[in-house]
Design a protein around this ligand. Sequence first.
Ligand code: ATP
Ligand code: MG
Length: 248
Amino acid sequence: MNDFTEVTELKNELDQLRPLPSAAVKNLNEVLRVEWTYNSNAIEGNTLSLIETKVVLEDGLTIGGKRLKEHFEVINHSEAIDYIEEHVLKDKKLDERTLKNLHYLVLKNIDNENAGNYRNINVRISGSVHEPPNFLQVPQEMSNLLSWYEDNKGDLHPVELAALFHFKFVYIHPFSDGNGRTARLLMNLILMENGYPPAIVKAEHEQRLKYYETLELASVKQIYSPFIELITGCVRDSLNIYLKAVKP
Ligand SMILES: Nc1ncnc2c1ncn2[C@@H]1O[C@H](COP(=O)(O)OP(=O)(O)OP(=O)(O)O)[C@@H](O)[C@H]1O
Ligand SMILES: [Mg+2]
């Protein structure tokens, strides 16, 4: 069983300090946007550093010697965060359009043919023995996932809901590429909808390995708690960053 006491308490502590000072929140959101974009893209193989990511996003500069695609990945991911922020602000429903729109934003200008469209090929996940469902089953599987979400969103702890949604999404692997980035965006959309800060899975060796290992455990052995625990730790880290910045 997973333990959400600590994250729940930290969130309550944060809620008690609301309304948070707007200058601090603005600064934090900028910092987290760069970290989230850097880490999510680095997991996928983007070679821009944290500082290079910041320079592309905040100063609008290009990095000499880096591919155009890597720049698009940074800009696209930031636009996907804009989309999530608006989605949360306007209290919109998470449906099939939401996840296709997010995937479109992630892959536009990079793979326009597939951006926003479910795969029409069968895929394997490198490093994993899990075989995602046949592409013909993807629309049905995705509709089942969204029904599962509707049925459970009132009952599960938001961190468990977000982590399981991420897992179930990558298990289906609905797109030919960009599944990991889209899953991490959707997980954070769910967290943010529930008043939590985004969970940032770190690209550094140890956490990345844990991320793959715990997903494989969930896919192959149906053991979910290690993945949920990893994500809970990421949420705790983000909550601590917030608290540190806004506590008097
Ligand atoms: N054993 C596994 N079972 C289910 N999903 C997995 C497993 N191993 C990895 N994954 C997920 O698959 C993602 C990779 O899929 P894909 O290449 O489509 O996504 P990406 O966004 O291009 O890359 P990345 O996710 O590496 O950033 C990983 O990030 C992870 O979320
Ligand atoms: Mg990929």
